[in-house]
Design a protein around this ligand. Structure first.
Ligand code: ADP
Length: 297
């Protein structure tokens, strides 16, 4: 499937104010392994506008994942910085980074990273659990999001009962359900055949574009990169060129909901079982609270 040029994205008009979503300044990352130093990023400067779909493309080992991780605040740079929503994210503490990701960021992964024990609607509702939204409301939002990605008939399916393409649709719905300003996607079609890849990319672009989110996708595959508004080529930790595709590229702001501090949870590094356990714990507490409210009336 070829990229469909007529998609429902807010079209940047002449005179529209461009608004920077992500600013990367002289970003450097050096890894030390034994006696060796590896410059994974060697001075990256990049600005991504709100509503843009930017693809970062380069062969394996060129520094794409490192760049994505720095932009998402998952790793700290050796030098330089990343500014998102007016914040230097490299200067945030771990707790502030967790809050920052909950407020601003959604992730789409190559391996889908769905919880096998949860249904599609429960998987999509996970980010809302961490935002302290009650079960009934979060499942309603989850079902609405799954309907937007065409999976209204698969709400109760578990990941093993769905195809790769359907699982990635669930992954897209999960990344979007909490309405984050920025979506980061790391090789999101890496486990899909070319036809399903094109369908998933088309869906990502139309759903993300229609809502005005900023989408940053990294890939080693130039065919996948062609779907972006801009294609940033990276080699040996440096940007070698930036191509602009002849497509519209800005969107409307969709401010994220506030996150109650008591609901902040460290999800990075959490095993699937522990995360499911934590979610079930929250649900049990909610059920207990509902039951005791019922007893009081
Ligand atoms: P890509 O995503 O383009 O395949 P990466 O960003 O993963 O590339 O890696 C860039 C370079 O940094 C590679 O040479 C890789 O081996 C090295 N690298 C990445 N992560 C680490 C790490 N945690 N420790 C040491 N070297 C790393």
């Amino acid at each position: 499937m070829q990229p469909n040029v007529c998609y429902t994205r807010h079209i940047q008009q002449e005179g529209d104010e461009l608004e920077t979503a992500i600013q990367v300044r002289d970003l450097k990352k050096v890894y030390h392994v034994g006696q060796n130093s590896i410059a994974a990023l060697d001075g990256i400067d990049l600005e991504i506008q709100r509503g843009e779909f930017v693809c970062i493309v380069g062969r394996s080992g060129s520094g794409k994942s490192t760049l994505l991780n720095m932009m998402a605040g998952l790793e700290r740079p050796s030098k330089g910085g990343v500014v998102i929503a007016g914040k230097h994210i490299e200067k945030l503490s771990e707790a502030q980074l967790v809050r920052f990701r909950l407020e601003h960021v959604g992730f789409i992964f190559q391996s889908f990273n769905l919880f096998p024990a949860l249904t599609a609607e429960e998987n999509v509702a996970v980010p809302l659990t961490y935002r302290g939204i009650g079960r009934r409301k979060r499942l309603k939002q989850s079902r609405e999001m799954l309907t937007q990605v065409g999976l209204q008939t698969h709400l109760k399916h578990r990941p093993t009962q769905m195809s790769g393409g359907q699982q990635q649709r669930v992954g897209i719905a999960r990344a979007l359900v909490a309405n984050p300003a920025i979506i980061f996607a790391d090789e999101p079609t890496g486990n899909l055949d070319s036809k399903t890849s094109a369908e998933v990319l088309d869906l990502m672009r139309s759903v993300v574009g229609a809502k005005g989110h900023t989408l940053v996708l990294v890939t080693h595959d130039p065919e996948v990169a062609r779907w972006g508004d801009r294609v940033v080529h990276i080699l040996d930790g440096r940007i070698t060129s930036i191509e602009v595709n002849p497509r519209p590229g800005a969107g409307e702001e969709t401010p994220p909901d506030a996150v109650p501090p008591e609901q902040l949870k460290q999800t990075q590094g959490c095993t699937a079982d522990r995360a499911v356990e934590a979610i079930r714990g929250i649900e049990n507490a909610e059920n207990g609270a509902e039951a005791s409210r019922g007893n009081q009336t």
